[in-house]
Each structure stands twice: as C-alpha cells, then as structure tokens.
Design a binder for this molecule. Sequence first.
Ligand code: GLN
Length: 563
Amino acid sequence: MTQYVFVTGGVVSSLGKGIVVASVGRMLKNRGASIAVMKLDPYLNVDPGTMSPYQHGEVFVTGDGSETDLDLGHYERFIDVELTAVSNVTAGQIYSDVIARERNGRYLGGTIQTVPHVTNLIKERIHQLADESGADVAVIEVGGTVGDIEGLPFLEAIRQMRNDVGRDNATYVHLTLLPHLGSTGELKTKPTQHSVQALRGIGIQPDAIICRSDYEVDLGLREKISLYCDVPTEAVIGLETLDTVYAVPLSLEEQGFGDFLANRLGISRPADLSDWSKMVTKLRDPKRTVRVAIVGKYVELPDSYLSVIEALRHAALANDCEVAIDWIKAEDIEEHGADHVLGRASGVVVPGGFGERGVEGMVSAARYARERGIPYLGLCLGMQVMVIEYARSVLGLEDANSAEFDPNSENKVIAYLPGQQELGTTGGTMRLGLYPCSLTPGTIAAQAYGVESIDERHRHRYELNNDFRDQLNESGLISSGTAPDGSLVEISEVEGHPFMVGSQFHPEFASRPDRPHPLFREFVGAAVETLREGAQHELPLADSEDDPAPPSSEMVAGTGISS
Ligand code: GLN
C-alpha cells in the first residue's frame, strides 16, 4: 500500500518547497523505495501553459505533452522519474471537472459544495497517482502558503487523507522561514509558530518542520520550535541556504531527516548516498569556468529558463567545468550590437520563446555565433532564428522570417505546417510532448547522441518550412534530425561550424545531473574548446574587460537559482 508524505509551506512563498519535495523523493529512493510525486497547484488556470513566464517561470513539459509547473522539473531531475499529467493538479482542473460532472447530472440533484465534492475530487486525483504508479511512497506538494484562501480545499483534502489511509500512512512536513533580524543578530521563530497554528487551525498537525534560513539553526532554536509546535526536536530541521540545490538532500540527511522519515514509513534499508555525494563534490570543485550567454526575452527572471540552466550545469559537470551565465536581453543586442554584448561569451544559447519581441536580437546573436565560429545551441525558437538568419545571410532571402513574426514575408522559412496541431493561441493547442526523430549519420547531432533515433519533448506551433529545406541543406544548413517519415525537420546544424545546432524540441527537459543531455554536453564541450583557443573572438571585445556588457544585462555566475 502506498504511503503519503504531504509537504506544505508557511510564512512566505518561494522557500524552495519543490526542492524539498524533490529531495525527499531522492532520499527515499536512495533507500530503495519507489516514488510517485505530485504538485497540487491552487491557482485557477487549468495548467500553466497559458501563463506568462513572468508570472510563473518556466512551463515544464512532460513526455506525455502536459504543460506543468516548473517544480516537476526539479522532481524529474532529483528523483530521476518520468512524470505525466497525473502529477500536476490545479484548482482549475478540479473545478472544471466538478462543474462538468454537475452538468452531466452525476451528482443526482445534490447541492455541490467545496466539502465534500471539490475535496473528494482532489483526493481522487491523489489516489489515482498512487494506484497508477503503485509506488511505495507518494510525495505530495501543496503549492502556495498556508493562509491562502485558494489553498484551503487542498489542505482540507490532505487533512482528510490521514483518516482515509490510516494515521500512520500519512506524514505531514511543513516548510517555514526563520527570518534574521540584523539589529539583534537573531533568527526569529514567531512566524513559524503562527504558521503552524494556522495549519493546526485547519486540522493538520505537522510531523516535521523544516526551517529555511540564511543562518545556522542551532539546537536551542530547534528545541524552542519543538516546544511551541509540538514536534519532536529531531523532526525540526534547519535548512540553510546552500551553494547548490543538489546539496539539499545531503544536508537533510546529515540532520537525520532521512532516517526520521524512513522510520515513520517503515523503510529499513539504509540510504546509499555515495553517487549523489560524489556528484555534489564534483559540482563544487570545477576545473575551469566557461562563460555562456543566454539570449532571451525573459532574462530578468531566470526561472523562465530553469531547465536550460540546469541542463547547462549538468553538461558542465560532464566537462569538468562550471558555466557562468551572461543573461542577455535580446533587445539589448538590437540596441548595442552583438559584438558589444556577446564579446566575452564562449558559447551562445538561444532558448525557447513566443512572440516577436527581441527576435531580431536573437537573429543577430545567431549571425555573430555563425560568423565567428562560437558554439551555438538553439532550443526551439533558438533553432528557428538560426534558420531565419541562415536564410537571410547565406541564401540572400532578405525578408526571411517566421510566419509567427511576419505573416507577410515572401520567405516564411519557419511556417505553420498543416496537420501538426490545431492553429490557435489558447491552451493545449501546440505540438506537445514526445515525438520520435531519426538522426542523420555523420552529423554533429548524431555523433552527440550516438544512436540512430531519439524521442524528445516538444512545445511549439511552427516548423522549418519544407519548401526551403533543399535550398538550406545544399547551402550548408543541414537537417541532422527529421521525423522518421522525413516530413519534419527536428534538428538543423551548420556544416563546418564547430557547433551550431538547433533543435525544434526542448532537450533541456530530459537532462539529469548524472546524465547530461548529449546536445548540451557537446555544446559545453565545444565552448570549453573555444575558451582554450581564445582566438575565436576576431573582433575587439567590448569597451572594458571588466564590464563588457551594457548595464541592463546582468551576470549571474554559475547558479542563479533561488527556488
Ligand atoms: N514560438 C515558436 C513556435 O511556436 C517557438 C516555441 C518555443 O520556443 N517553444 O513554434
């Protein structure tokens, strides 16, 4: 029978609940348990697919084509599981389901209420996860913060779960913040006490409390929280801000949280942490730093590119280096020129995106990388701008563009190809999820993967226009991967360039700390080579070595994830 660990958050949002859930999953998996994992999101959107990255960060795409919360990316990377639509439940899904059932007469004339109808549906989804996965442990994250109005039905549902599945089979973990008062140099426990009171008011007594803090949480503080919140001292855990999110499972283990959980869940096998520890040790001791520019629309909010950052970090690990990221707003390239903004980068990534803003800057970035032999990795939109740039500069098609950005262009080298997906701008209408791709032998992409065919995750509407395919191939922009029947170009690369590869899919979602994605691995490898050679930068670097980027582009070394 599946056991449940429910994780709630208190005091403030953005404490890293997703990382804690992912870490709990990893810690239990390290003890041989099979894990299912779920995020309950109290917002009313059906999924985050229609939300702006500024609102919600990255949309994480699962293999089955669900557009989900970015926390599912943490779960996949930490626990090394492939998730599906079942693992992300939103209030929007629950309410639309309740209303559809009511319209279909399923409630036989009853009055439909939050309790029990909405809560029952939430519990149904949790049971569905357990039944379909048959996992030993289901780790369930409730999004938002205790006290949010929209979170109440979810908290009520998980409260009821304890009675439904038996008291010993449900464990409640509450994550809070201990703020630091500079004037007195103290960590304060009162917000945690209030948050636990609020949780108890709903009927949930936490079994463990994890306290996020920027400072060490000493025994005295843990005893105080234990006293006020009725949780054993060994179940009050301090979680200091760490240099890498991958160290969180180790920190929780060190404090005995893994053993505490295993004990409650009746898991007797000891934890095998050796591989994970080795990975973190290597991550902390890079041999060199390679600078990569990410040129995008939403760079003020790096969470918009969370999986890209993580995939770069995994690839860096495999190349014995760390990646320092120059965040480049695509519009800054339009304003200041690619040489000025990209001058110090040994590699350029143009990630996914929608809409016209900044596209010309991305095209300039692609031109810069192509002309100077700087490694370039194009992810979905990044592949499309690479094609647009090539068509303009090499084929001489001056107005080449995507139908998305210039429907009046004579040369729509990126176009909507009928039959791929419904053309629409609303939710769930894109080409989504895993599709197969056959690799062209002898190409950089085929060498990177080392296999003949692959399956990769998609999220887009437009494709390389087959009317231009031969022309592009013949002039040196080769199709290194296509749909198995040859109907769609999935990967393009510039022949003779050290590494200029663009994929119509999003390889970043499949990267794992111990299994970097082949395209990212080779891209970072090529960037390391560029760094060694140095001489690739033919044009003078920007004004000064110390501050070559214009003021609006912020440099984040290595990490940059708050989570
Ligand atoms: N906007 C482009 C399309 O819809 C690219 C999408 C993306 O980068 N995910 O095809």
